[in-house]
Design a binder for this molecule. Structure first.
Ligand SMILES: [Zn+2]
Length: 402
């Protein structure tokens, strides 16, 4: 039992490099693997034989042979056997605990989701342990076939002591080391948005490039990035774009600075501003949609926006403007092959179109190709949990090949 922090996981063995290449490029031939990784064909053949023997990959020769009947050529292609192993992904957050068991392709076999009470948040390790055990039992998958447990955190992992680093005092009882001990399983833990980026990298390999940026806009705003197929680690503040300043004259953020992006474009600040304005604006359309300020939800806000409510429109357009500038700045500084944006709020078609348009208007001086690569993703509430399963597959299985 141990926890895998990601430190040093770039020191791949040859088997790890080959397996990871197959994950990302399947179906793929032996000769392409040798060429792309700069390995001898003999070395590739030896490793592939071992992976086939262990039932981790498939030799798709027969299929390929049928495809090539007319040419009479044999093409031997390799792919991952999705059901060779399974992975447990967990996301913990104040609003929900989610558990999912996936196969190696990211297909979900079993999932559990619930709103945690105060006790479950306080005793988060016990809740995770019970959830993972139930998940595996309900799926019927033998525990030895499960690679390990990935955990998506609303903070960062302290790899030394296993605790979560966060401004919140709710997670003091989380400890990844203790969890690995009590579950008798390997555990990998990572920030929740970085976990979402893993979901793209490993489970959407056909469209996800080696260099990309993943921005999540929710209660907070965070940015994860992959460069040459490696997750950028950085320190605990790395990726905290919500706390980059949009307007030095702006409102005081919870971090102590003024005018952070967070205070304009996060769901928490938008909701807070609109609830305050509910009482101050008696003619707002919000009064016909909610009976009191506390009843206002994100759906209420988006409905008021569709109806053209003046106050709501002003707040949301301000969010679009500052978020658009931040996205364009990241595009210019990092020049990723793709930039993904994940947000429940920006599923609203009008808002989504405005953000796309505004961001593109900030990038008109660049090659047009750059702006075409900003993708506002469909919102998926399970993305962090499935991402945690992908994280476990990469760190506890692919990178651990002998
Ligand atoms: Zn801040």
């Amino acid at each position: 039992m141990y926890i895998e922090t990601g430190e040093g996981f770039d020191r791949f063995t040859t088997s790890s490099r080959i397996l990871r290449y197959i994950f990302r490029n399947q179906p793929v031939s032996r000769s392409e693997i040798a060429k792309q990784l700069g390995l001898s064909p003999a070395m590739v053949t030896t490793v592939i034989s071992s992976l086939i023997e262990d039932n981790i990959i498939n030799d798709l020769e027969k299929t390929a042979e049928n495809d090539c009947k007319t040419s009479g050529r044999k093409r031997s292609l390799l792919g991952i056997r999705a059901e060779a192993r399974y992975s447990a992904g967990v996301e913990v957050g104040m609003g929900h605990f989610r558990f999912c068991l996936t196969d190696l392709s990211g297909a979900i076999l079993e999932q559990i989701s619930y709103v945690p009470n105060h006790q479950q948040i306080y005793n988060v390790n016990t809740a995770i342990e019970q959830g993972v055990q139930k998940l595996i039992n309900d799926s019927g998958v033998p525990k030895e076939q499960v690679i390990g447990v990935g955990i998506a955190l609303p903070g960062h992992l302290d790899p030394q002591d296993g605790h979560m680093v966060t401004l919140s005092s709710n997670w003091t009882n989380f400890n990844a080391h203790a969890l690995a001990e009590s579950l008798c399983m390997k555990v990998a833990a990572e920030n929740n948005v970085r976990s979402m980026a893993y979901q793209k990298y490993l489970f959407n390999y056909k469209t996800c490039p080696e260099n990309f940026v993943f921005i999540h806009v929710g209660v907070g705003i965070f940015c994860a990035s992959f460069t040459s197929g490696q997750l950028a680690q950085g320190s605990y503040i790395s990726g905290e774009i919500g706390h980059t300043i949009s307007n030095p004259e702006g409102p005081r953020c919870e971090c102590g600075k003024n005018g952070c992006l967070q205070t304009y474009a996060s769901e928490s600040w938008i909701m807070q501003k609109i609830r305050i304005l509910y009482d101050a604006a008696p003619h707002s359309l919000l009064h016909g949609l909610a009976s009191c300020a506390d009843d206002i939800t994100l759906d209420t806000v988006l409905t008021a926006y569709s109806l053209g409510d003046e106050t709501v429109t002003r707040i949301l357009q301000e969010a679009v403007r500052y978020l658009g500038i931040a996205i364009a700045n990241i595009s210019i500084i990092m020049n990723p092959q793709k930039l993904y944006l994940h947000s429940c709020m920006f599923q609203h078609r009008l808002l989504r179109d405005e953000l796309q348009r505004y961001t593109e208007s900030q990038l008109t001086f660049l090659d047009k190709h750059c702006t075409e690569e900003i993708n506002i993703l469909d919102y998926d509430s399970s993305r962090a949990a499935t991402g945690a399963a992908a994280l476990a597959i990469d760190r506890l299985f692919i990178c651990r090949q002998p």
